[in-house]
Ligand binder design. Sequence first.
Ligand code: ATP
Ligand code: MG
Length: 597
Amino acid sequence: MRWSEFLIPTTKETPKDATAPSHKLMLRTGLVRQLAAGIYSYLPLGYRSLRKIERIVREEMNRAGGIELHMPVLQPIEIWEQTGRTAAMGDVLLRLGGPEGDWRTQTVLGPTHEEVITDISRAYLNSYKQLPVNLYQIQVKFRGEARPKSGVLRTREFLMKDAYSFHADIESLDEGYQKMYDAYCRIFSRCGLPYVAVEAESGAIGGDASHEFMVLTDAGEDLVALSENNDYAANTERATCAPIPQDESEMKPVEEVHTPDQKTIDEVTAFLGTKPEQMIKTLIYVETSKNQNDKTSKNQNVKKSKPVVVLVRGDHEVNDNKLNRVAEASLELADDQTIKQLTGADVGFAGPHSLKDSHRLIVDQAVAVLRNGATGANKTDYHVNNLNPVRDFPLTGDHVTVGDVRTVTDNDASPTGSGSTIRLRKAIEVGHVFKLGSKYSEAMKATYLDPNGKARPLIMGCYGIGLNRIMASAIEAHHDDNGILWPMSIAPFEVLIVALDPRDENVMATAGKLHDELEAAGLDVLFDDRDERAGFKFKDADLIGVPLRITIGRKSLADGVVELKARDSESLEKLAPEAVKDKAVTFVRSGLEKLMP
Ligand code: ATP
Ligand code: MG
């Protein structure tokens, strides 16, 4: 491909609103162009990389036994109602508008395809003899993301590989899940991504177990907890840690302190002369109204109207997922009126001792081992110091639960018991595998006949990869101040031939011949034939990050050599033009081989 005949709109300008390195570089190299918030075109260079990623994903899915199909973007809302997911998806589910009674009002743009695939399986997977089976597609998804971010890392339209597996039993699901897990490892290795697999929360997809594949970078929106000795890795949405040991300090008598206008933890700790880790945050929750109407809620017996008082340490944050699991209910923060009624005080002065109405009490493990904590006095403008669990508020009883309801922090210890320290790191989620179980098949009545002729719900798994995120994460992981350093496997071009003196016939003839030979050898070659200065071309070469650069100029050619330079190295190699072809072929092949798992 000749640069002059291709479209690579590189620019020196760094867009102001771009902060993530991949976002800046993708715009500067002309890989993508933003059309509207969260909506991007892939320009020719970017599209070449995306297609290579797609090819790797397809090869590995096929190797793992996946069967490709293609499902529609347009989906009737009816199937989403069957699984009860219209509420869970909220504004993420994009509906086509239209006049009342029009078909458009009943149609959504697919954000994912569990419902559609379950409709297919309900029709065609009727016997245990057809199981297990794994069906996948590579297709565009639409999500009403509230905050599209960091270029193509979070967009409203993106390309996903989504796979769905169907099984007769849990053992088979476990096997199918492991196969996908292994395939994902191969895919990300082949794409040159440094990744970690972490335990994950299932979110709106639902299901029993899941792992996310993460690329560690500050541009990521996820926070993962990794132990220093690598024995634990989990998304902080669900990560746990080793219990904090009991504080053995002597209990002091409770004292009430007048704290006018001191409301935040920082204000109160400063005023009381204590530390955030000695504070007890007393938060009041109620069950969400959504949950109270949910007939499938496991927790029908809990008195819905009772407020739930939650205690965490002042330096800790409540983790909603973990709290809901411990509470066996879906909770939300109570309104001011509920808080005032329960505490008999203004908002900001709640404490677990002397509460007015009946309530549930959930005590985080770190609070349960605390001594002489400070918290609100249930009296406006007052706090109490030296509050102690058991003595001053209960840790046992019908309405009390002690559990792990907080988000882990830096320096917590690994829950494995190894004592290894946990570190929090930002990360991009590039893939996610779930064990769904029978959530969708039960909701949509997708059953198969077992060997005894008994109808049973299909057991399912689902597996997603964001192709655009692979591309952006690869750039996050591989770039320097001058531009991208593409992994060979997903580089838009593998070799760049730069002609330094484009008006010199000999230079152009040699470069053109080499270009044709390398293309004939199966390499992806870009030939910078533009009539531009050497410095300008080298800058562009570094920016677009083609792994191997071959420079051909009048002077060196007169010396009987051309120059080879790898993008990730400073050293130049001079070779006779006849020797270049073999050298380039070997360079590209070994670059690809190095990425093979
Ligand atoms: P996130 O938590 O980042 O919003 P998700 O957990 O909702 O993502 P999944 O439903 O698990 O995403 O989708 C599977 C894969 O699709 C993700 O692992 C990610 O790589 C990709 N993906 C999801 N949402 C987006 C998006 N808005 N833009 C680009 N890729 C996305
Ligand atoms: Mg996910």
